[in-house]
Design a protein around this ligand. Structure first.
Ligand SMILES: NC(=O)C1=CN([C@@H]2O[C@H](COP(=O)(O)OP(=O)(O)OC[C@H]3O[C@@H](n4cnc5c(N)ncnc54)[C@H](OP(=O)(O)O)[C@@H]3O)[C@@H](O)[C@H]2O)C=CC1
Ligand SMILES: O=CC(=O)O
Length: 319
């Protein structure tokens, strides 16, 4: 008998066909109030699940007594209770590296858009407010040759550093718990403490995973340490930042501007105070959102799933 897999997010039919070679597959385009009850029923005898964003915790796992593997089609896995999964002997996997360049392009685009006020200028032109040559009130700030601080110099952080170093001549500081020799050697990145990075950087880019250690990593104290001219970019997860402190820092001029791909609550509520600020550029969590990359992530997730269900060690097993 084939193992049973649930795919709980829309994936390309090629990915489904690949999984079907090994598994009986039940698939959902998305989980919502309509599909969730059926998903829970299907979970009772499922051996593997594939998708992203689903909170996999004790309550959910109690509904899935046969489960052997949980596969995220994302690199971040803060939706998974890893301790609970290991206690039950259930494997967990993610999809690192295949998205690095795409996410770095997005984050660099966000950085440029924030620095040069591109969405605001676009609106000005489209609203018919471009009446004469623009003056100082619409000037942006330079990116080239400015100092970039990357908190979380991992796969994505390195791809951002590469663009900053070779494309924009930016001196780079970074902070991790451990040194990243590749970034130091290839991109001239300098390792430093978090506080030193915050004090020295013109652009502060947050790219860590969300963990107990990084939840609210950037708050009032950290915004106060940043330059008043600093631009803050968050590409990690919303909860790594204290959003109330961020709004305050943006309103009081503690920092100049922010570019955000992620929010504490997603989708962000339309009346969120961040959205009313002119010096904030927002994106709807689109770091890896291009077809080719999402295809690679889904296929890698599927390979992890199939390997785990065949009794092999999945290539991206989270340890
Ligand atoms: N906006 C989007 O669409 C996307 C968001 N992401 C988010 O970005 C995160 C990073 O992705 P990726 O680069 O692939 O992951 P990696 O695991 O390759 O890199 C994470 C980096 O963060 C550092 N880090 C971890 N914990 C801490 C800490 N407590 N303090 C300081 N640094 C820390 C790690 O270094 P060390 O272990 O030495 O501390 C490592 O260098 C993902 O987990 C996800 O949440 C990723 C892709 C797309
Ligand atoms: O946020 C995206 C991810 O892959 O993690």
């Amino acid at each position: 008998m084939k193992p049973k897999a649930i795919v709980y997010k829309k994936v390309d039919s090629k990915v489904l066909e690949f999984i079907q070679l090994t598994c009986d597959v039940v698939s959902f385009d998305k989980l919502d109030s309509e599909t969730y009850p059926t998903f829970l029923k299907e979970l009772k005898d499922a051996h593997g699940i594939l998708g992203s964003g689903l909170k996999v915790n004790k309550e959910l796992l109690d509904q899935a007594p046969q489960l052997k593997i949980v596969c995220n089609t994302s690199v971040g896995y803060d939706n998974l209770d890893i301790e609970e999964l290991s206690a039950r002997g259930i494997m967990a996997t993610n999809t690192p590296d295949v998205l690095n360049d795409t996410v770095a392009d997005t984050i660099f685009g966000l950085l440029l858009a924030t620095a040069r006020r591109i969405p605001e200028m676009d609106q000005l032109v489209k609203n018919g407010q471009w009446k004469s040559m623009i003056g100082e009130e619409f000037y942006g700030v330079d990116v080239h040759h400015k100092t970039l601080g990357i908190i979380g110099m991992g796969g994505v952080g390195n791809a951002i550093a590469k663009r900053a170093h070779f494309g924009f001549d930016m001196p780079i500081f970074y902070h991790n718990r451990s040194r990243n020799e590749h970034a130091e050697f290839e991109y001239g990145a300098t390792y430093c403490s978090l506080d030193e990075l915050l004090q020295k950087s013109d652009y502060v880019c947050l790219m860590t995973p969300l963990t107990p250690a990084t939840e609210n990593l950037i708050g009032k104290r950290e915004f106060e340490l940043m330059k008043n001219t600093a631009i803050f970019i968050n590409g990690s997860r919303g909860k790594t930042v204290d959003e109330v402190a961020l709004v305050d820092a943006l309103k009081t001029g503690e920092i100049l501007a922010a570019g955000l791909d992620v929010f504490v609550q997603e989708p962000v509520q339309p009346d969120h105070s961040l959205l009313a600020l002119k010096n904030v550029v927002t994106l709807p969590h689109i770091g890896s959102a291009v077809y080719e990359t999402r295809m690679k992530m889904a296929m890698l997730g599927a390979r992890n799933l199939v390997a785990g269900l065949l009794g092999e060690v999945p290539p991206n097993l989270i340890k």
